[in-house]
Design a protein around this ligand. Structure first.
Ligand SMILES: NC(=O)c1ccc[n+]([C@@H]2O[C@H](COP(=O)([O-])OP(=O)(O)OC[C@H]3O[C@@H](n4cnc5c(N)ncnc54)[C@H](O)[C@@H]3O)[C@@H](O)[C@H]2O)c1
Ligand SMILES: O=c1ccn([C@@H]2O[C@H](COP(=O)(O)OP(=O)(O)O[C@H]3O[C@H](CO)[C@@H](O)[C@H](O)[C@H]3O)[C@@H](O)[C@H]2O)c(=O)[nH]1
Length: 431
């Protein structure tokens, strides 16, 4: 099949490349010239394991091309995937300006041949209908079915997730579009859920909201564990072995960050409120998450008291999770801001997210070249992102580099007993 993919962020680039790998002809379009030029040279603007090799090999086979010319890509394709950003607006709703702008451009580019337009971006319920309306306002001869196929990939494992999805959800009431989209996705999985467009759009928000709820739930339990001397890791294990609960997404820590859960939770809350419904549970999920990263600060104050001026913290991990350089809504940024405000100096390190962090924090923070150098001469090590290299650190090395043997483990990666026996003042989250 011939595909145009609009937007070369995580979703557009990964799904476009994977569809090319499956033998389709794919044109990935972005409005940013430099990005398209980089991609043409086989350079990948984001860090995503396994992606570069796939992009380059599909370019070489001529199945994957990059362009800024949306009209030409639309004309050459049967299916057009919209994968542009839907960031949070001031009021928490999804900012739909990028999606609507693309809809206008598609409307202008279409002739009277049949096309399937797919929203892969995470969008409020009712968006497919609105996109179809915009296209038809621009072009009354347009023969389109606008469908919803939400994306469930995770950053850091995006390629693996795309080739091994738990399910594909297709929202459409058109038999013709359904047949084309089922044929496109069939090589990926047998688990294809075909439903109406609005339910499909809701499935995406409901899935993210549920996962966010699981995280806020276990964080709340962790905070109660802290008060009573229970170990949240043991609690999560004991709970997770119940098949009805399951072990995944029960890691207590600093709360969820990233480009999806925070904004999508806000968007579904806004969606509910716009319809006159108060989503109390989801509001609490968000409230718990807002507070959770500040648990670190409470631990720091618990150790040093409120007089923090003159002390230096070593922050390990800046990306919102391991295996990505994405710092959008990363807990590290909030924690660093708070430490600086309290008068502490901060030295930080991340294997790949330092460049992105510098664009936001500049020289308010000192950056180490590696873990050892970052730890050197600091008063407390604060682990924020559970990169494998941090998990495997030698406690003796940590002790030798720090001014005092103090570790605050925001991801519960070390064993409290072993750390305390090794002479550390050790604080985890809920254990
Ligand atoms: N990042 C993820 O892991 C993930 C996973 C699932 C779903 N989603 C959803 O997918 C959507 C895209 O997310 P992302 O992280 O890939 O976005 P992103 O912000 O990283 O990238 C979006 C890209 O679209 C381009 N763009 C914007 N307007 C354009 C236009 N008119 N023409 C051509 N290109 C245009 C931008 O230049 C940018 O390169 C969002 O709705 C997001 O919620 C993201
Ligand atoms: O037990 C857990 C699991 C995750 N997290 C945090 O939750 C956030 C999100 O993690 P993850 O879901 O792994 O990453 P994303 O790449 O943001 O992926 C989510 O958001 C995407 C965008 O919508 C969806 O496509 C994915 O299915 C969904 O998992 C990160 O800050 C994690 O540290 C926890 O705190 N505890």
């Amino acid at each position: 099949m011939k595909l145009a993919v609009v937007g070369t962020g995580y979703v557009g680039l990964v799904s476009g490349t994977c569809f090319a790998e499956l033998g389709n002809t794919v044109i990935c379009v972005d409005k940013i010239d430099e990005k398209v030029e980089m991609l043409k040279r086989g350079e990948i603007p984001i860090y995503e394991p396994g992606l570069k090799e796939l992009v380059v090999s599909n370019q070489e086979k001529g199945r994957l091309t990059f362009s800024t010319d949306l009209a030409a890509a639309v004309a050459a394709s049967d299916i057009i995937l919209i994968a542009v950003g839907t960031p949070a607006a001031e009021d928490g709703s999804a900012n739909m300006s990028y999606v609507y702008a693309v809809a206008e451009e598609i409307g202008e580019a279409l002739d009277s041949s049949y096309k399937v337009v797919v929203n892969k971006s995470t969008v409020p319920v009712g968006t497919a209908e609105k996109v179809e309306e915009i296209i038809k306002e621009k072009n009354e001869n347009a023969q389109v079915d606008v469908c919803s196929v939400p994306e469930f990939l995770r950053e850091g494992s995006a390629v693996k997730d795309t080739f091994n999805p738990d399910r594909i959800v297709i929202g459409t009431s058109s038999k013709k579009a359904e047949e084309m989209l089922v044929a496109l996705h069939k090589p990926l999985t047998e688990e294809i859920v075909v439903t109406d467009v609005r339910s499909s759009e809701m499935i995406k928000y409901a899935s993210n909201a549920f996962l966010a709820t699981k995280i806020s739930f276990i964080n709340e339990i962790a905070n109660i564990c802290d008060a009573y001397g229970a170990d949240v890791k043991a609690v999560a294990r004991g709970m997770g072995l119940d098949n009805r609960i399951g072990p995944k997404f029960l890691n207590a820590g600093l709360g969820y960050g990233g480009s999806c859960f925070p904004k999508d939770t806000k968007a579904i809350i806004h969606l509910a409120q716009s319809a006159g419904y108060t989503p109390e549970l989801l509001q609490a999920v968000e409230g718990v998450n807002e507070r959770q990263s500040f648990r670190i600060i409470e631990h720091v104050k618990g150790i040093f008291g409120t007089e923090l001026i003159g002390l230096k913290a070593c922050i390990l991990g800046l990306a919102f999770k391991p295996e990505t350089d994405d710092i959008r809504d990363a807990p590290a940024l909030k924690i660093i801001d708070q430490l600086l405000e309290m008068g502490m100096a901060v030295k930080a390190y991340d294997p790949i997210a330092v460049e992105n962090t510098k664009k936001v924090l500049g020289d308010r923070v000192e950056y180490g070249a590696n873990v050892e150098e970052t730890l050197e001469g600091t008063d407390v090590m604060i682990l924020v992102t559970e990169w494998d290299e941090f998990v495997k650190l030698d406690p003796e090395m940590i002790k030798n580099k720090l001014n005092r043997a103090i570790v605050v483990d925001g991801r519960n990666v070390y064993e409290p007993k072993a750390m305390r026996e090794a002479g550390f003042i050790y604080h985890g989250i809920g254990r």
